[in-house]
Design a protein around this ligand. Structure first.
Ligand SMILES: Nc1nc2c(ncn2[C@@H]2O[C@H](COP(=O)(O)OP(=O)(O)OP(=O)(O)O)[C@@H](O)[C@H]2O)c(=O)[nH]1
Ligand SMILES: [Mg+2]
Length: 204
């Protein structure tokens, strides 16, 4: 099989909750993380398309479950971020519920990209996502985002902390530095997505 061209990724459809999702075939990889961690930007960098997924300086930009098709039967999913402090409790709970429901129920999920700002990794809701993935046996790729904001030694320090904590939570995992701004880690992300695609699509 030729390698996948992520530049051809197109927007497919948005949904306000899991029960509305009418896409059945194929596999999908959600991008999950705190609000403002850089999920939409990462999808745009991967696809080499500045406005594919809506990114914004204001946290809470993504409020729906947004599906993008990479190739037929292979999707990436941009989700609302969690933890935006200016949202009301009710709005926060609603968007967290959308996320937990989606992650707990969708059988099409075959891998998960967890994005964490390298300066604030593994906060409480990140750990909750990890627990859901462990329960469902969904493999995780961790991206330490906005790594352009730190020096090499600061980056390595953060990496070690995350690695040490994850060993206690997960059997297998992969952690990568990532920067949409400096285009760091995009190849690693592509390789992982390719791997999940090839591993699962033939069994469809
Ligand atoms: N310095 C730097 N800034 C980044 C990077 N990636 C994203 N940002 C900025 O961080 C802010 C949030 O990015 P988004 O991609 O919208 O974040 P998100 O996780 O999709 O946020 P929600 O939709 O609210 O959940 C924007 O101002 C981006 O320009 C990066 O690699 N480096
Ligand atoms: Mg977003």
């Amino acid at each position: 099989m030729n390698s996948i061209n992520y530049n051809q990724t197109v927007f497919l459809k948005s949904f306000s909750n899991t029960t509305n999702i009418d896409i059945k075939n194929g596999i999908e990889i959600p991008f999950v993380g705190y609000s403002n961690s850089g999920k939409s930007s990462a999808i745009n960098s991967l696809a080499n398309h500045k406005k594919l997924a809506r990114s914004s300086k204001t946290p809470g930009r993504t409020q729906l479950i947004n599906f993008f098709e990479v190739v037929s039967n292979f999707r990436i999913v941009d989700l609302p971020g969690y933890g935006y402090s200016k949202f009301s409790i009710l709005k926060k709970l609603k968007s967290q519920n959308i996320l937990y429901n989606y992650l707990s129920k969708r059988k099409q999920i075959k891998g998960l990209v967890l994005l964490m700002d390298i300066r604030h990794p593994l906060k409480i809701l990140d750990q909750k996502i990890i627990n859901i993935s462990v329960k469902r046996n969904i493999p995780i790729l961790i991206l330490l985002t906005k790594c352009d904001k730190l020096t090499t030694s600061q980056k390595n320090f953060q990496f070690k902390i995350v690695n040490k904590k994850l060993i206690q939570l997960l059997d297998t995992f992969q952690i990568e530095f990532f920067s949409s701004l400096k285009r760091i880690g995009i190849k690693k992300l592509e390789l992982k997505l390719n791997f999940w695609y090839k591993k699962n699509i033939f069994f469809e």
